[in-house]
Design a protein around this ligand. Structure first.
Ligand code: THU
Length: 162
């Protein structure tokens, strides 16, 4: 007999950055700052990511594009790979993300692309502790997610290789 199962998860929606707790506010402001260092001459869509580590360090990333489009990299992966390279093995607590376009106002919270979800989930799985996400556009509401696994259900991880 087949069985229907429902996968659901909780998010918290904040109306503005002012509603966040102080450390989350600081982190999201850093992500907004990080957008300035985006190299996005092709899409003109600038994304900033700020990674808060368990040792209190904050590592920033921004999207870095390339004339050969697939050779560029999203802000989230730049940030988490940089964190892994600079502070190897230090667990990630929270990743804040903000996106803005030169051509229109981004009102919706920017969610990591599928490749970034997979890349971040590698670290979450390894550290055995959830990575919190704070997602924002340029203006408008902020979405807080408790775990990357929530937004990558039925994900692939290293146990499949064993
Ligand atoms: N981008 C990110 O940096 N993060 C995302 O989550 C989605 C997309 C970048 C990639 C590319 O430089 C530009 O935004 C347009 O897709």
């Amino acid at each position: 007999m087949s069985e229907k199962k429902k996968i659901s998860f909780e998010i918290t929606v904040f109306n503005s950055i002012q509603e966040l707790g102080s450390s989350e506010k600081i982190l999201l402001k850093k992500a907004i700052e990080a957008r300035k260092n985006a190299y996005a001459p092709y899409s003109e869509f600038k994304v900033g990511a700020a990674v808060l580590l368990e040792n209190g360090e904050i590592v920033l990333g921004s999207n870095q594009e390339n004339a050969s489009y697939p050779s560029g990299l999203c802000a989230e992966r730049v940030a988490v790979f940089y964190a892994g390279a600079k502070f190897p093995g230090v667990p990630i607590k929270t990743i804040a993300i903000s996106a803005a376009s030169d051509n229109h106002r981004v009102h919706s919270p920017a969610a990591p692309c599928g490749n970034c979800r997979q890349a971040i989930s590698e670290y979450e799985f390894k550290q055995e502790k959830p990575i919190e996400l704070l997602l924002m556009g340029e203006v408008g509401e902020i979405i807080q997610c408790n775990s990357i696994a929530d937004i990558l259900p039925l994900g692939f991880n290293s146990t499949f290789l064993e």
